[in-house]
Ligand binder design. Sequence first.
Ligand code: SAH
Length: 347
Amino acid sequence: MNNRELIDKLNKEKSLLFSEWEQLLGTFNEDDAKYSSQIARTISVDKFGKKIFFRGIVEFTNYCKNDCYYCGIRCSNKNAVRYRLSKEDILICCEEGYKYGYRTFVLQGGEDNHYTDDMMVDIISEIHKRFPDCAITLSIGEKERKSYQKFFDAGATRYLLRHETANEEHYRKLHPEKLSLKHRMNCLKDLKEIGYQTGCGCMVGTPFQEVKHLCEDMMYMSEFKPEMIGIGPFIPHKDTPFRDYPCGSVEMTLFLLSLCRIMLPDVLLPATTALGTARGDGRKLGVLCGANVIMPNLSPIAVRKNYMLYDNKAISGEDAGENLKVLQDHMSDIGYEIVIDRGDYKK
Ligand code: SAH
C-alpha cells in the first residue's frame, strides 16, 4: 500500500499494523501530510463545526519533586524561581477567567507534595461550588488511585497525563530511574476506570526518539482510546541536560495531530502551546490538521515567566488568557471561531 492508502485504511479501520505505521511515519512527504490534514479537518468540522474550545490553564505551582531531563521545572534546576499559588490566588484566576468566558479550568503543576490531597480536594470543591457550570481538569502528575478518586469525587472530571513516550527504553532515556512508564500507564488506566475524561500524549522529537517510538505512541493511543490527546514538539530548556538538543519537528507534530484526529474522530485535541512556540503560526496549522482545543494561560501575570517548561514559552498574545480577542482574531483568519462552552467529550 502507498501512504495515501494507509491513511485511507486508518480512516476506515481506525488502526494500522506496526509495520504500516513505520512506513507512514518513516516515509511521508508533503503530499501525504496535506492529504491527511484534509481528511482530519473534514472529520473535525463534521464533529465540531468550525468551533474551537478554549481552556484556561492555571499553573499553580512550579515546584516539582521529579527530575525529568527535558523539563525546565525539574527539581535539579536551581535557576528556576519557584512559586506556589494559594487557594485564594487560584480562585481569583478562575473568577477572571469566568468573566472572559472560560468554562474549563485546568489546574497544572509540578508534582508538589506541599499540596496534600485534602488541600487539593478543598481547592477543587471550592471551584466546583463557585463555578458549577465549569469543568475542572487536573494535570498534576502521578498519584495514588485513591487520591485520583478523591479529586474526582470533589468535582474534577478530566485529567491530563501525557505518557511522554510509549517505549520503555526511550522512557528511560528521558527520566531518572525513579520514574517508570509502567507506573505512568497504570495511572492512566486508573484515571479512565474512575471515570475521568483522560488525556495522554507525547512529545515529538525528544532526544533519542526514533520513528518506531512514535509508532508505538500511535499504537498505544489507538488501544487506550483517550478522550484527549496532547502532542507537541520537544523544545530544549537552557537549564536542563537536554539544552543542546534541537527542537522537535513541527511537520511531524502536525502530521501526527491529523492522524490522531483520523484514528479517534471524537478526541479533544489541543493545538498546544509548544506547537505555537516552535512556530508562530503553529496553532493555526494545528487547527487545520484537526485540532479543536486551545489552552491559553490564566496564571497570574507575575508568575507566568516562572512556569518555563522550555525556552521561549509564549506568555503573551493569544497565549495570554485575558487576550481572547487576539485568539479569536487568529482563529477567524482561518475561518474558525472560539466558543464559550465546557466542551466535554462526546462519543
Ligand atoms: N507534572 C505534570 C505536568 C507536566 S507539564 C505531569 O507530570 O503530567 C505538561 C507537559 O509539558 C509534560 O507532560 C510534557 O509533555 C511537556 N513538556 C515538559 N517539558 C517540555 C519541553 N522541554 N518541551 C516540550 N514539552 C515539554
